[in-house]
Structure formats: C-alpha cells, structure tokens
Ligand binder design. Structure first.
Ligand SMILES: NC(=O)c1ccc[n+]([C@@H]2O[C@H](COP(=O)([O-])OP(=O)(O)OC[C@H]3O[C@@H](n4cnc5c(N)ncnc54)[C@H](O)[C@@H]3O)[C@@H](O)[C@H]2O)c1
Ligand SMILES: [Zn+2]
Length: 366
C-alpha cells in the first residue's frame, strides 16, 4: 500500500493506493471522526458491483449510509442529477457533520463533490475512485462540478475531499477502452512534469496495459504525487496548476461539439495532447524527436491521435474553445511543451495556427 499526502495545511489529506481499500472505507471514515449519517453517490455500472461492499463497510464502522445511484455516462454530469442528489440527501436528513462518499469514476466524483461543496454550504466528502482516470486525476485536487450543454465543467467549485481511497482491485472490471482512456492522463503527467515517468511508460506500457499490480501501484502513486505537488503549490489555478490542462483546451472542445458521446474524456484529451504537442513543436522548443516519442506512446496505448473533422466541425471546435474557462479576452491560451517533462503555460496561440494544426491532424493516419 502507498500513501501520498496532498499538502494543503489544515485541509491536507491522504490518498491511499493499494488492493482492498474499499473494504477499509468505514474504518477510514471513522478515523476522520465524521458524522453518523452519510450518502454513497455512485452510478448504475459501479453501484451494481461495488455499492454493497462500500455500504457494508460503512455500516460495520457504525455509520448510517443511504445509497444514491445516478445514471452512468458523461451526460449524467449535470445539474439535473445534482438536484436529484440534493433531494435524496434531504430525505436521509444529512446534516453539517454528515458526509458523502463518491464511489465511481470522474463522472460520479465531479458532481458528487459539487453536491458536497454546496449542500448545507458544504459537508465532508471522501473519494473512492473506480476508474484509472479517477485514480490518477479526477479524485485528487478538489475540482468538482458539472457540465452545461455550452461546455465542460462550466459550473463548479474547488472543494477538497477528506480522504481518497484508490482500490486497485476495482480496476479489474474496468472495460479496456476506459482503462486506455485513463492512460491518456498518465502520459500527460510524464509530458508536463516527469521525463523519467515518460521513459518508464515507454518501457512498461505492456505491463500497465496488462494491469500488473506492482506497475499500476507505482505509476498511480507517481501520478498522484505529481498532482499533489502541483495542487499543493497552486490549489486554485492562479498559475502552475494550469499545466494539468495540457491537451485539455482542444480536448474539452472536442467533447462539447460531439455532445459528450463520441469520445471518452481520455480519448478527447489524447487528440488534444497531440494538437498541443504539434503546436509546441512549431511555436515552442519541442524537438521533432520528442514530438515523435509523444505520438508513438499514445498510439501504442491504443489511443486516438487523429480526428477526421470537416471544416465546419473545425469552426465549431474553435467556437467551443472560446467558451472554455482557459480563454480570456478572446485569446486562446495554451500549455505548450518545451521538452518531455517540461511545459510552460499561458502561451497565446493564434486561431490560424490552431486551424492549421487541426487540418493537419485530420490528414494524419495512425
Ligand atoms: N475533477 C478533475 O480534476 C478531473 C480531472 C480529469 C477528468 N475529470 C472528469 O472526469 C470525467 C471522466 O471520468 P472517467 O473517465 O472516470 O469516466 P466515468 O466516471 O464515466 O467512468 C467510465 C465508465 O466506466 C464505468 N465504471 C467506472 N468504474 C468502473 C469499474 N471499476 N468497473 C466497471 N465499470 C466501471 C462507469 O460507469 C462509466 O460507464 C470527465 O467528466 C472529466 O471531465 C475531472
Ligand atoms: Zn482530464
């Protein structure tokens, strides 16, 4: 078992990574001295498999849980499901010391965290992520929220969990496409922060794809450590934290123009990172060799590196990017790589360069 600490003063918390964490949920919450009433928020796929062990673990530790199940899928990350959760919390009479357990991937953790941030002006919450993407990214760092039809994550808050429990066993049932989508965020950490991690991924990708326990534990712990370092220095994204958005400006726009149902988040940001890497080569210092290594690793992971967009879709994509929160004063700001392991943020990129790169990747064949 590995523990990573997110250093945020009196709001610091632990991320515990290992096999069997789910059964320790009740004990973990008891140690935090949380109130008796609580709610597990999960989705239909995850609930079917893991709600019972989570529920029983809480019960055994003396808590009084209720179970709230939202539909699975990105479209459920909405104000409508948040409203449904509030109603259930009120019916179960959750109070100020009560807490929420977010049991699922990012599509559960983001809105469940938002519910926790806003219900009674804030109650505690614990993350039990069940996808690779949520283990390495969405469950850590306190960004919570929902989508609007106009764009991703347009409503939300910064609100930190009290504890994150990453149980490797639950990843056994994650469909291969979802697992690969999580690898897109793992590769991101290598590009933005850690050349050694990137080199390890080049070496150990087959072991990771086979979900070998030792490799998964070490890689997930490293990603969480990087996220903890970044969030510890810049919790509310006034600077450094922006590096975590590498590939996300284009990625989020791709998700929005395809109504959140063509690409998984990880797939969209895989394409987004390829666009960002190509822009980094033309506009910043990224060498052709590093660009080639980046494209190669995404391809080997079975992630998309091209998008066949029509000129009309490209125009829609640019319009969606303008709505993204990373756009200010009509300028599109990008995180660009200088080399593998080092990026700069806030770099202004012209619409013409973006158009050109999008047209180029539409022609590439992977
Ligand atoms: N808050 C953040 O900092 C942050 C960071 C990155 C991504 N995100 C958000 O996370 C979301 C994507 O999350 P995700 O990729 O975890 O997707 P997800 O939550 O939709 O999960 C993927 C699918 O797998 C199913 N599933 C989850 N765990 C399972 C398991 N163990 N076994 C079988 N099936 C399982 C789910 O029901 C769903 O159908 C996006 O909305 C993205 O914007 C947030
Ligand atoms: Zn992401």
């Amino acid at each position: 078992m590995r523990t990573v600490k997110v250093p945020l003063g009196n709001r610091s918390y632990d991320i515990k990574i290992g096999s069997g964490q789910l059964s320790r949920l009740g004990d973990g919450c008891a140690r935090l001295k949380l109130g008796e009433r609580c709610a597990i928020i999960t989705d239909t796929n995850v609930g079917r498999r893991y709600a019972k062990p989570a529920y029983n673990s809480l019960l055994k530790a003396g808590f009084n849980p209720c179970l709230v199940t939202v539909p699975a899928g990105e479209t459920a990350k909405s104000l409508r499901s948040v409203q449904a959760c509030y109603d259930r919390l009120a019916a179960h009479r959750l109070e100020r010391k009560s807490f929420i357990v977010a049991l699922g991937g990012g599509v559960v953790g983001d809105p469940a965290g938002f519910v926790a941030a806003t219900y009674l002006r804030g109650i505690h919450f614990v993350q039990v992520p069940t996808t690779l993407l949520a283990h390495v990214d969405s469950s850590v760092g306190g960004k919570v929220g929902v989508n609007l039809s106009a764009g991703k994550n347009l409503v939300g808050a910064f609100y930190q969990p009290r504890l994150v429990l990453c149980d490797l066993n639950v990843l056994d049932t994650l469909p291969p496409r979802e697992f690969r989508a999580g690898i897109a965020e793992v590769i991101k950490y290598g590009i933005i922060y850690d050349a050694d991690l990137f080199a390890r991924l080049e070496r150990d990708l087959p072991k990771l794809l086979q979900r070998e326990t030792k490799t998964m534990t070490e890689v997930i712990a490293r990603c969480c450590q990087i996220k903890a370092d970044v969030v510890g220095q810049d919790e509310t994204e006034s600077g450094l934290r922006a590096i975590l958005n590498f590939g996300h400006t284009v990625g989020h726009a791709l998700e929005a123009i395809s109504s959140y149902n063509r690409f998984l988040h990880g797939e969209a940001i895989s394409i987004g990172q390829i666009v960002a890497a190509k822009l980094s080569h033309t506009l910043s210092d990224l060498s052709a060799k590093d660009l080639g290594r980046i494209v190669d690793l995404f391809q080997r992971a079975g992630l998309p590196t091209t998008a066949q967009l029509t000129p009309r879709q490209r125009v829609k994509l640019i319009a969606a990017m303008r709505l993204d929160k990373k756009v200010s004063d009509g300028e599109i700001k990008f995180v660009l790589a200088r080399r593998i392991g080092k990026v700069g943020w806030g770099q202004r990129v012209s619409l013409a360069s973006i158009h050109k790169t999008l047209a180029n990747i539409a022609r590439d064949r992977s």
